[in-house]
Design a binder for this molecule. Sequence first.
Ligand code: SF4
Ligand code: SF4
Length: 147
Amino acid sequence: MEDPGETSEECEQCGLCCKVFGDRITATVMNLYSWMEDGRTDILRHFSAGMANGTRINGADLAPEDLGDVMTIELRDPERGGYQAGCPFLRRVERTRYICSIHTVKPDMCCNYMPWVYGETYFPRCRALGIRKKKSSWPRLPDQDPE
Ligand code: SF4
Ligand code: SF4
């Protein structure tokens, strides 16, 4: 059973990274296949696949045999086909707390996103990163010093 409140240990669920980057998320072909197998048309319909022959197919209308011809996968408005203003899966649950409503089956790029680690996904405005920095800036007590 999916628990949308669940998140990684480090994340403070401020939702900022999803607000800033959520309109540009993509999925892998394996993500599409998993959602197909699980009947998750509610997720698939938010993605649009650019096909090898130049056509575009809504994720919910894709068949498994189409997947070999998928060239690009973009988040798109399921009704009008235009770009999304933000991630449709982000939910505000408290005044300053947000959750991913598809947390356990979210796209690979979201699973791999670790803004508190220096590298490609580093996001200096991440609240968890700020808390980490504060914690690490406390001076060590003499009896905590390694011998
Ligand atoms: S799918 Fe979930 S984790 Fe990814 S941007 Fe949207 S709300 Fe954030
Ligand atoms: S910005 Fe950092 S703390 Fe906020 S939701 Fe993203 S990962 Fe979590």
